[in-house]
Write a protein that binds this ligand. Structure first.
Ligand code: SF4
Length: 75
């Protein structure tokens, strides 16, 4: 399994649920970290503190969110 660099900071995933329009970009880009509710498609965070191996995909997913509903906090 690929890992991030040793000095890679831990991250927390932040969701502004009210902004989510259910486009699904995040779940397609990082399916280990994001899913969508069955009834309305709103994002669900599966792993709010993903391991370094997921950080690249999470950053990509944040960048692909059309409504800026996702964020990252470095810890
Ligand atoms: S990419 Fe953004 S708008 Fe689309 S489902 Fe994910 S959080 Fe919601």
């Amino acid at each position: 399994m690929a890992n991030g660099p040793p000095d890679s900071p831990a991250i927390s995933v932040i969701v502004y649920e009210a902004r989510c329009c259910g486009s699904g970009n995040c779940a397609l880009t990082a399916p280990n970290v994001f899913d969508q509710r069955d009834d309305d498609g709103v994002v669900v965070v599966l792993d709010p503190a993903p391991p370094p191996s997921q950080h690249g995909l999470v950053r990509e997913a944040v960048g692909r969110c059309p409504t800026s509903a996702l964020g990252i906090v470095e810890r």
